[in-house]
Design a protein around this ligand. Structure first.
Ligand code: IMP
Ligand code: MG
Length: 183
């Protein structure tokens, strides 16, 4: 699905498919350089990170491995509580591995803080974070994010894996929703 297919449901296109892809190519090159001589284990956080993982890793030129985790954060409202439940754990041990968490978006950073703490206890050789999008609140969190695709304004966005009520993950562009969609 492209922005042009749902024109009346979006108020603004923030990033086109092309802009997202160009940025991912640049980040991939940076990761390749930083992990030269190592085989990175990319851990995707389901469901949002599926698109980022697929496109980021295909831009990378080095050998790598992938694994997935699914987590759900408790609490009502649109902001997460930081209380997290693991719905699907990793399929393999990460002890001694160079791990890169691949995320779609960091808002409060609470979900990520939990994940970092959890993965660190499994003794990886290194643990870094890549996120496609970052909201302003994330800067207040003390989780250190090494790779960021784009810094977003504090608005609710959809597309490229990001959903509203389960929809829009398959939108290739990234945009803000029109108010009538919420009501
Ligand atoms: P936090 O960093 O713990 O606050 O939560 C991040 C999670 O909130 C992401 O993984 C998304 O599921 C969701 N989220 C935050 N902002 C947005 C948005 O603008 N669009 C879609 N999902 C969002
Ligand atoms: Mg997520």
């Amino acid at each position: 699905m492209h922005a042009s297919d749902i024109e009346n449901e979006l108020t603004e296109v923030l990033y086109t498919k092309q802009q997202v892809d160009d940025r991912l190519a640049a980040v991939a090159a940076q990761i390749d350089a930083d992990y030269a001589g190592k085989e990175v284990l990319c851990i995707g956080v389901l469901n949002g990170a599926v698109m980022v993982m697929a496109d980021l890793t295909r831009h990378m030129k080095s050998h790598l491995q992938m694994d997935w985790m699914a987590i759900s954060s408790y609490g009502a409202g649109t902001k997460s509580s930081g209380v997290v439940r693991i719905l699907k754990d990793l399929s393999a041990d990460i002890e001694g591995r160079d791990v890169l968490i691949v995320e779609d978006i960091i808002d409060t950073g609470l979900t990520l803080a939990y994940l970092v703490q959890n993965l660190r206890s499994r003794k990886p050789a290194s643990l870094e974070i890549m996120t496609m999008f970052r909201k302003p609140d994330a800067l207040k969190s003390d989780v250190d994010v090494r790779y960021v695709g784009f810094d977003l304004p504090d608005e609710f966005v959809v597309g490229f894996g990001l959903d509203y009520a389960g929809r829009y993950r398959n939108l290739t562009d990234v945009g803000t929703l029109a108010p009538h969609v919420y009501s």
